[in-house]
Design a protein around this ligand. Sequence first.
Ligand SMILES: [Zn+2]
Length: 326
Amino acid sequence: MGWFSPKGPARNHTALLYDRRFLLHDTGWSHPECAQRLGALYGGIKNAGLLDRLLIRTARPAGMKWLEAVHDRSYIQKFKQACKSGEPYFGHSDNAMGKETFEVAKLAVGAVLKATDLVMRGRVRNAFCAVRPPGHHAGRSSALGFCFFNNVAVAARYLQKKWKLSRIAIVDIDVHHGNGTQALFEEDPTVFYYSIHEHPSFAFPGTGREFEEGKGLGVGATKNAPMPPGSSDAEYEYRIRRDLIPVMNDFLPEFVLVSTGFDAHANDEMADMALTDAGYAAVFRVIHAMAHRLCHGRMVSVLEGGYCLPCLARLAADHVRILLDE
Ligand SMILES: [Zn+2]
């Protein structure tokens, strides 16, 4: 692609946002959303020899101003207080936390904001944010499904308020429906939320049916692709090509945020999908090509779920290779 000189990268194509402090969010013994996830993921990128191809940046905590662009002030304060008081969880018993969790959650949001800055300043074309805790189940005043702050949602508002972009697309490929993200933007025609996820069955969180298409002014700017358990690579790729591309061609996003969950993999025990490594790569290539075609490749991918540690190592390396245009 002509981005790399023989003496090394003159200009990085892709940034990796990673911070060892993300490991300090302590969910306790045997919780699936554990620090080892990031260790596996980072190790996978490192062992694939990709680290020196990337612009690697740590996080800074998101400011209250940006958190409050999405979350209620009282919710943020309650979370802070619960964490400080040593509560074992916040909002829902799935949302285990330790004494560092509030600060780490602010850092996770901050990493995504920094990634969007790097892209908007032209320092890189795209970025992958290897963050935790994840975000897409968090609502305005609700913590759920291991999520406290909605990382991609804050980034969408940040791109609109700081960078004055008008139309943001959020593409959610986590196997679970991003009910928090959908609820935050369902009345907003300027942020398009697309999700492909497992449904029906007993899949968490139970939302994301096809008829959920937004509300009020936002009708038409939410699209859900519920997939039956056992869906294959071919079924996923077909569905995303059929559903996502036409709506994006009409919406014309100026920036694409991807809620990247790796839990639709066949070996992930949190769901019942049958995606292979190749299927994940195919789905992500469709999104990557769409961003290239519609918004100069401006894209920030943000880690959501994914609980099979060996899968995370392989899938993250594949993911980064696609971001690097390989
Ligand atoms: Zn998930």
